[in-house]
Design a protein around this ligand. Sequence first.
Ligand SMILES: Nc1ncnc2c1ncn2[C@@H]1O[C@H](COP(=O)(O)OP(=O)(O)O)[C@@H](O)[C@H]1O
Ligand SMILES: [Mg+2]
Length: 226
Amino acid sequence: MVVLETNKLNKFYQNNEIKISVLKNISLQFTSHEFCGIVGPSGSGKTTLLYVLSGLEKPSSGDISIFNKKWNEYSLLDIQNIRKKDISFIFQFYNLLPNLTVFENIEIVMMISENYNLDKITEVLEWVGMSKFKDLYPNQLSGGMQQRVAIARALVNHPKIIFADEPTGNLDYQNGLDIMNLLQKIYLEQNITIIMVTHNIDNLKFCSRKISLLDGMVKNDEKNSV
Ligand SMILES: Nc1ncnc2c1ncn2[C@@H]1O[C@H](COP(=O)(O)OP(=O)(O)O)[C@@H](O)[C@H]1O
Ligand SMILES: [Mg+2]
């Protein structure tokens, strides 16, 4: 089942007289249950692509459909509900709220989704191996631990799609491997589509699909067995 689809997507930024074309003619389909790694050098348009796919930025031209309807055909209320329940994000710098504990960082997204379930919070903390740190604050954790919490936060509402932007970009080699293994485990055990962008080509071996982006264009798109 297709969950996300783009058709001849283009994105440019216009600063005075200068037009920067960042995404060029991108047509991609993502199905439910895939772990798609999109690789490309710095400046190739990876973050922009993720923002446009997830509706955070509008495309300059072309269509994007999410769950079989174009982003611009959803009402504001529908978009809010999609953001609360159906999609989530993992960022390079974790983006945890510094004044909340590990537990509260996860609890707050459940409160926002109006679907509070204490057992589910306990379960995701266990799943990422962070249960015994639940009362600590982000600044008391290593980067790898913070990213585990961010993964738990992304999972807790059981979204249909997780968008990840350079999830290992700020981690050392071993922590990076641990995080990639955890993302792969999500793919193998849960019915969630993960769309990850990364500049690290080694991360692609964890993915079920590998796409390479160069100068805002798709250069390669292939399946990978994991
Ligand atoms: N708001 C913006 N205004 C102008 N140019 C931008 C903006 N955002 C991104 N760009 C440009 O788009 C290109 C791709 O950026 P980005 O998507 O962040 O690449 P990546 O994530 O692959 O490093 C870069 O050349 C960047 O400078
Ligand atoms: Mg980027």
